[in-house]
Design a protein around this ligand. Structure first.
Ligand SMILES: [Cu+2]
Length: 156
């Protein structure tokens, strides 16, 4: 075996090992390659369900709900965060980023911060400007790092 072949084999081995964590992390989620490419990370984009408790690693859980059934116009997305004991908290930061996956950049909101209301609920107005499939990515962070990332699908 000559030197060139050895280098090639080494390169392939490194590539395969580099890809293992990516596919490993992706195997049980519905995250698609376009989403990963767009964000240039392999983080799991869990698909969320309205009113269902979703765990925030080491921080309790949250639930989301729309203030009204999503339709053309503005719909408010509301998130309540709870600590592990079930007490509502608001010490984390939440951002949303929404648009139509089939029309990249056409209506992208960019990263927008949820705002707290007096009750300590996190609110994000979502502007739906045409019928079709919309997706809202949400990210929950503490002061130093991202704790959770997920997506909400909306069909209008
Ligand atoms: Cu559109």
């Amino acid at each position: 075996m000559n030197k060139t072949k050895l280098i090639l084999i080494n390169t392939l081995t490194i590539t395969v090992f580099a890809l293992v964590p990516l596919f490993g992390a992706d195997c049980c989620s519905t995250a698609n390659s376009a989403m990963i490419a767009k964000n240039q990370t392999a983080e799991i984009k869990e698909t969320l369900r309205e009113n269902k408790k979703t765990e925030i690693p080491q921080n309790g859980y949250f639930v989301y709900k729309f203030a009204s059934k999503p339709a053309m116009g503005t719909t408010v997305l509301k998130i309540k965060v709870f600590d592990a004991s079930g007490k509502q908290t608001n010490n984390l930061k939440i951002t949303g980023n929404y648009g139509m996956p089939s029309m990249p950049k056409a209506h992208d909101s960019g990263e927008v911060s949820f705002q707290l209301n007096k009750k300590g609920d996190y609110l994000l107005p979502v502007n739906i400007v045409m019928p079709g499939h919309w997706q809202i990515e949400i990210t929950i962070k503490n002061d130093t790092e991202s704790l959770f990332s997920g997506k909400i699908n909306v069909n209008i």
